[in-house]
Each structure stands twice: as C-alpha cells, then as structure tokens.
Write a protein that binds this ligand. Structure first.
Ligand SMILES: Cc1ncc(COP(=O)(O)O)c(C=O)c1O
Length: 386
C-alpha cells in the first residue's frame, strides 16, 4: 500500500495532536466551558481540570505544580523568561549570556534588552553546534544575572551540556534558563537533573495543540510578569486560562511520562535507517549536528551541489524543512548553520528531517527514493547546463 503523500517529516516544526489528547480536550470545548476563575460549578470544573493538567506537567519535568505557569507557547515562554528575569533583577546586574544557535524567540528579546540598558554576550558553538561550558563560564561577570542556553537545537538536534552549566550557575547564584521546546517527549527532561531555574515548554512540539505552552519557574525566582491584568497564574501571566488547550498539554505530558522510551526507540531506529540509506545512495551527503549527542528524531543532512529549496521543490512528496532560502542564485542560510561554520558548499543544501510517532519504515524508504532520484536528476541537469 502506498504511503499517504506528502510524507510528513517536520515534527520539529509542529506535531499533529494525539487522538488521546484531542479526546481529553473535547468536553472542555463544549459542556465544561466555564471560566476557571468563576465561583460556581462551571468555574470549578474548569479550575479542577487546569490544576490536574498543571500536576501532570509538573510530574513530567520533576517540579512542584505551582512552579508551572501556562503561556501561549514556546515564544511567549522564552520572552517571559528573558524579559521577566531581566526587569526583576536589574538592581543586581544588567548582563545576560546566551548562545549563537538559540531560537529567534530567545535571541530577539535578548537583543531587544540591549536597547534597554542590558548587555549581552553571545557565546559561539563548535562545528557540531555544541556550546562549551568553559566559554559560558569565561563570559560570566559580576553583573551577570541570567544564562540562557537551549536544551537541544531545533535545526540540527544537538543536545547542549546543560547539567554542567547548571552546576556553576547554581554555585554562582546566577539564574539559568533552558529552552526545552525540542526535548520534551524526545529525551528525559528533569529540572533538578538539569540544574535550571526556568524552562520553556511548547505544547505543539509533542502532540498537544498549537497555542499552549508553559514556563517552569523555580520557587523563589524573582521574575516580573510579561502580561499584566487580572492576576491569573499566581499573578505572573494574566488572561483567562485556555482550559481546553491546557487540558491537552496535561494529557500530552502524561503520554510523555508513560511512553518516552518507546518514542525514543521508535524515532531513533527510523532516523538511523534514514541516515544509512541516504549515505548508501548518495555517499556525498554530510551530517550537520552532533554525530551522537542529538535528539533521536532529528537528522539534518546537506546534499552538496543542489540547494535545499530546489531539492524539496523537486520532491513535493516529502514534507521536510530546507534550512536556507534561495532567490536567483543567492542563498540565505540559517543562523544556526552559519554559527556552526558549515561550509558554503553545504550550508545552502541542508534539509532537516524530523521524525515522529507516526513515521513508519515505509515512509523512510519512500523518502530516500524520492529525494535520491530527484537529487541525481537535478545534478545531471546542472552538469548538462554547465
Ligand atoms: C527551540 C524552540 N524554541 C522556541 C520555539 C517557539 O515555540 P512556539 O512555536 O510554541 O512559539 C520553537 C519553535 O520552533 C523552537 O523550536
């Protein structure tokens, strides 16, 4: 039987909602519609569901329920962490440290703060996209109030040495935030093991709906709210709680708690298969990202000689992400590949394949067939023109 086309291998961009998550949310879209702040039966039903979800999320990452604040997703959580810590702690210092491969939802607020009297150090990464803890330590100053390094990168999957950084951040009393948008549901995430004070959660990266996320905030952390109003979420994030998506996020976290190992093994096996088949078909392909310390579902490959947007346009059966934009022969490559120093002949030719729960072996075989055949014909065509 043929696969459903196009074959979706863009789970790092967004996942479908798990049917179990949708099922759990359904009553909160209809009969249990109350405002969680209302003091009557409808309100109490919603409040109860919100608090149960908070407890499931807390269990998933090893914290107390009151350390979870619901947000609209990864972007808001990152903005909240960065701006919230900066504004609440400017009397202690004005220096922030981050890395060159962070998501733009982290880098942009950091850059914005430099227009508000804050100073920023962006530490580099090595060729695999790894941040060196020594570089982070060397960047620390008397005025440093926050370090923010992502748990794993969304484009190449490299896992960062968060535990090591967490140890010295704690010793020195500097707040430490990690963006775990790409690790929950892929590898274990525990706030105490990582040694972080703040951690970003984005629901739609692990089978909850879009538009819901959370920020873990360790007890005792001084942080300003990003959104003011009616005092919801312990006074830290105003706005009527999005009950159904919150319930969905809670259920998605339960699924992670129940079946992380199964998920890891499933995607790892398929990712390896994809890699091996590509290498055997096209020996020139190059892996971007760490060879082993990567989230198990992510494979970023360069197909030298053919720019990624052209290759994916020629293979519309495959829904993957090109990491460059090309216009009339001029390519703009991602800031992540640039920071890793990926050579000019490879960076514009890079494609991210990110696998998930519903990827199958047959998908992998078809992807390799589609991509390899189009790659060969595009190369041939270019050679003929040349
Ligand atoms: C590492 C990382 N952080 C943050 C975000 C932003 O999350 P959201 O799409 O929920 O705003 C993303 C989304 O791609 C991401 O990959």
């Amino acid at each position: 039987m043929r696969n459903k086309l196009p074959i979706y291998v863009d789970y790092n961009a967004s996942t479908p909602v798990d049917p179990a998550v949708a099922e759990e949310m359904r009553p909160y879209l209809s009969e249990y519609f109350g405002n969680a702040s209302s003091k009557h039966w409808y309100g109490y039903k919603s409040r109860e569901a919100v608090e149960l979800a908070r407890a499931s999320i807390a269990e998933c990452i090893g914290c107390a329920p009151h350390e979870i604040v619901f947000t609209s997703g990864g972007t808001e959580s990152n903005n909240f962490a960065i701006k919230g810590i900066a504004y609440a702690n400017r009397h202690h210092g004005n220096h922030i440290i981050t890395s060159s491969i962070e998501h733009l939802s982290l880098l942009q607020p950091c850059r914005y703060l430099t227009t508000q009297g804050f100073e920023l150090t962006i530490v580099p990464v090595d060729e695999y996209g790894v941040v060196s803890p020594d570089n982070v330590r060397d960047a620390i100053r008397e005025e440093t109030i926050l370090i923010s390094i992502m748990h794993a990168n969304n484009e190449v999957g490299t896992i960062e040495p968060i535990e090591e950084i967490g140890e010295f951040a704690k010793e020195l009393g500097i707040y430490f935030h990690t963006d775990a948008a790409q690790t929950i549901g892929k590898i274990p995430v525990n706030v105490d093991d990582l040694g972080v004070d703040l951690l970003t959660i984005a629901g739609h990266k692990f089978y909850a709906p879009k538009g819901i996320g959370a920020l873990y905030i360790r007890d005792g952390t001084e942080i300003d709210p990003l959104i003011g109003g009616n005092g919801q979420e312990f006074g830290l994030r105003a706005g009527t709680e999005a009950v159904a998506p919150i319930v969905g996020l809670g259920r998605a976290c339960q699924l992670v708690t129940e079946s992380l190992d199964e998920m890891r093994n499933h995607t790892f096996k398929l990712m390896q298969r994809l890699f091996e088949m590509f290498i055997s078909d096209i020996p020139a392909v190059k892996l971007n990202g760490h060879p082993t310390d990567r989230v198990p579902n992510t494979l970023n490959l360069s197909f030298p000689g053919v720019v990624a947007p052209d290759l994916l346009s020629a293979a519309p059966e495959v829904a993957a992400t090109p990491l460059s934009e090309c216009n009339e022969g001029i390519c703009k490559v991602s800031h992540v590949l640039e920071a890793m120093g990926v050579p000019e002949n490879c960076a514009p030719c890079s494609i991210r394949f990110s696998l998930g729960k519903w990827t199958t072996e047959a998908d992998i075989d078809d992807i390799v067939d589609f991509i390899s055949s189009r790659y060969e014909s595009l190369l041939e065509k270019q050679n003929r023109v040349a």
